[in-house]
Design a protein around this ligand. Sequence first.
Ligand SMILES: *[C@@H]1O[C@H](CO)[C@@H](O)[C@H](O)[C@H]1NC(C)=O
Ligand SMILES: *[C@@H]1O[C@H](CO)[C@@H](O)[C@H](O)[C@H]1NC(C)=O
Ligand SMILES: *[C@@H]1O[C@H](CO)[C@@H](O)[C@H](O)[C@H]1NC(C)=O
Length: 190
Amino acid sequence: MEKLAALIAMMVFLVAIAMPMAHCSIEGPEEVDEWFQKLPYAKEKVTKLHFFMHDKYAGNNNLTAVRVAQASVTAKSPSSFGLVFIMDDPLTQGLEPTSKELGRAQGLYALSSQSEMSLLMAMNLVFTSGEFNGSTLTIMGRNPAAPYREMTIIGGSGVFRLARGVALAQARFFNATNALIEYNVVVIHY
Ligand SMILES: *[C@@H]1O[C@H](CO)[C@@H](O)[C@H](O)[C@H]1NC(C)=O
Ligand SMILES: *[C@@H]1O[C@H](CO)[C@@H](O)[C@H](O)[C@H]1NC(C)=O
Ligand SMILES: *[C@@H]1O[C@H](CO)[C@@H](O)[C@H](O)[C@H]1NC(C)=O
């Protein structure tokens, strides 16, 4: 009996390691349950992503980020404290806005410091092409006016279920209407 149990456990283990953890579309709650059952046997992967985010937050047309709220003190605040934007920014492979679109950064950013220009970022990276099409990464972090801004990957969906990692952002260009941000992302997932 014990031998049989051991054999079954071994077979379950082999099936578990042979089955890929990755998948893009949810088939239902059973699929999620199965995924969690296999999780103890899953191997961690490290994936690196590199892309550019195009943010058009002012001007007359085709804004990708819109101002949705501000406080009565915002206009007088040197750090625009209280200003909130909702974004749906294209993420591209190359620097040019016309280069291949990999996905969108959807979420909000808010001016959240009373003493310096600093943003709270709460957004989903929604991948719409390539090997991560259909998967998302969720970022929550602080985005101050520094050469490099380190933000936290707090989770994900699809191939990025239970992801964690670091998103490093660097402003490559900005003026009164547009910003171009380079992202280097390192994610641990299964
Ligand atoms: C705004 O978007 C529309 C539709 O995609 C496009 O035809 C137009 O050229 C864009 N305008 C500017 C100024 O980029
Ligand atoms: C991404 O996935 C969607 C849904 O499965 C599909 O309709 C679309 O064609 C895919 N896009 C690319 C560029 O592969
Ligand atoms: C800001 O940069 C964008 C993109 O290069 C350009 O199209 C736009 O004319 C610039 N706006 C101003 C106010 O300089």
